[in-house]
Write a new protein. Structure first.
Length: 464
């Protein structure tokens, strides 16, 4: 691969904003400073008027994920390609341990899903459904394979939910092996009772998905997760935090110096519960968990991002097509596949509604969408940084580019957009993954299978 010199751009990292050129040799960044001379034969990319940022890292995606006889509509090829179009150059997806099986089997299964398909680098979290006889041993084994984080569910009884003893054992194991527990925090047992009541009363429309999962059920589980982590002496990371109630729990813990972390997603920052009341069955497009909340929650979450009560923006990308998948729940909201598409639009939305709207600085934008997820999940400084030695995962961002988000033009393999018609300013112009241009001016230049598995390090460092 010839050297590449990115010239005349503004380098934006989590720390600072500077005018500098970036020299790339092979897959890595070699030099970052003003006035780098082009080596002979180097490819030159002119970035006048552009931001040169570390590629986005989406720490929460579900590609090719089985769900009740169906599966999420993006696989590792279509999903990672769509991610790249939006400036994301690494993802961390989830392998799912089947009850009564070894975690190694799940890891092998998910490696196979990604092999030959992934267009950008990918890591894997392991969803733990059962610790059984060998679960704790398996966790250590996974850490050696670069699976430095585990997800546990406090929701979805009889499917994914685990009891507090399992959660506490897993947390205690990570206190030793340095991995991070990610929690889906909702009180699944209470929610199951509320759902059963709703169905008995004939309440089957999509809106009841949201009304049966109250914010307090989320806050209670966040509180319990953090308390158990404190007792175990381990950090904890709350996934897809959606409500003010839950945010207050994280803030309270962090104020006491507890290593609790949380992410939120664009849908919780930009959409509210009214979406589920759209006419016909359209509300099903907005059925995911936790649900959308009343409008009052949205500014609180933005404020949480600003104040560092929330550290990461991910997408929880888990697309299901409206026509043939969401329709499964036409007569019963509990049969609607839970999930929505978003992997492509994360940077566009957070840049526009965060940076352009004056809620976040450019540096904070990079921190939330790239640098902090790299740190927390054990990829830093290889990922999430523009500095000598880091992988040349770079987004050349055009802050003036106008885009109307639409299912007609997006690259995700799904027949609707949650953000249909949203007009944003700012988009990825050129995207490099390990030194290779994979997106340029709306053209796809990458190849499926070029994305590599990311072996992530335990003790990522965010809590040291
Ligand atoms: Zn998820």
């Amino acid at each position: 691969m010839p050297d590449t010199l990115i010239r005349n751009g503004t380098v934006v990292t989590a720390r600072d904003t500077t005018r500098a050129d970036v020299l790339i040799q092979g897959e890595r960044i070699r030099e970052v400073r003003a006035g780098v001379a082009a080596p002979s034969g180097a490819a030159i990319i002119d970035a006048t008027g552009m931001y040169v940022m570390p590629g986005g890292i989406d720490a929460h995606t579900h590609l090719d994920m089985p769900f009740g006889g169906s599966k999420s509509s993006d696989d590792f090829e279509t999903g990672t390609r769509a991610a790249a179009f939006g400036g994301t150059t690494s993802i961390v997806d989830f392998a799912i341990q089947g009850r009564g099986t070894r975690m190694r089997d799940a890891l092998d299964t998910w490696w196979k899903k990604a092999e030959g398909r992934a267009c950008i680098d990918y890591g894997l979290h392991m969803i733990v459904t059962d610790l059984g006889e060998c679960g704790l041993e398996d966790m250590d084994d996974m850490v050696r394979e670069g699976v430095a984080s585990f997800k546990l569910f406090m929701a979805y009884p009889n499917v994914l939910m685990v009891d507090d003893a399992t959660i506490f054992k897993a947390l205690s194991q990570t206190a030793k092996n340095g991995a991070l527990i990610c929690m889906h925090a909702e009180n699944g047992s209470v929610i199951a009772v509320i759902i059963a009541r709703a169905l008995a009363e004939g309440k089957t429309a999509p809106i009841y998905h949201a009304l049966t999962r109250p914010p307090r059920a989320e806050a209670e589980a966040v509180h319990r997760a953090i308390a158990m982590a404190e007792i175990a002496g381990a950090p904890v990371y709350i996934v897809h935090l959606s409500s003010e109630d839950a945010l207050n729990q994280v803030r309270e813990a962090r104020d006491r110096g507890v290593p609790a972390f949380a992410e939120t997603c664009p849908q919780y920052l930009l959409l509210s519960i009214e979406e589920l009341e759209r006419p016909g069955f359209e509300g099903a497009k907005y059925v995911f968990t936790p649900p959308l909340r009343p409008k009052e929650h949205l500014p609180k979450l933005w404020d949480g991002l600003k104040q560092d009560h929330l550290q990461v923006v991910s997408t929880d990308h888990c697309p299901f097509c409206f026509e043939d998948q969401k329709m499964l729940g036409k007569d019963d909201f509990t049969k609607i596949p839970n999930g929505g598409p978003g992997i492509e639009n994360r940077l566009q939305l957070i840049h526009h509604y965060g940076v352009n709207a004056g809620k976040l600085s450019l540096n904070r934008f990079v921190e939330l969408t790239s640098t902090t997820p790299a740190r927390i999940f054990g990829m830093y400084p290889r990922k999430g940084e523009i500095a000598p030695g880091s992988d040349a995962d770079i987004v050349i961002w055009d802050p003036g580019a106008s885009l109307t988000i639409s299912a007609k033009t997006h690259h995700m393999r799904v027949d609707y957009s949650m953000f249909e018609g949203f007009q944003v300013k700012g988009n990825a112009r050129t995207v490099l993954s390990r030194g290779e241009v994979i997106v340029d001016n709306g053209q796809w230049k990458g190849k499926p299978g070029r994305g590599a598995y990311l072996k992530r390090a335990a003790r990522g460092g965010a809590w040291r």
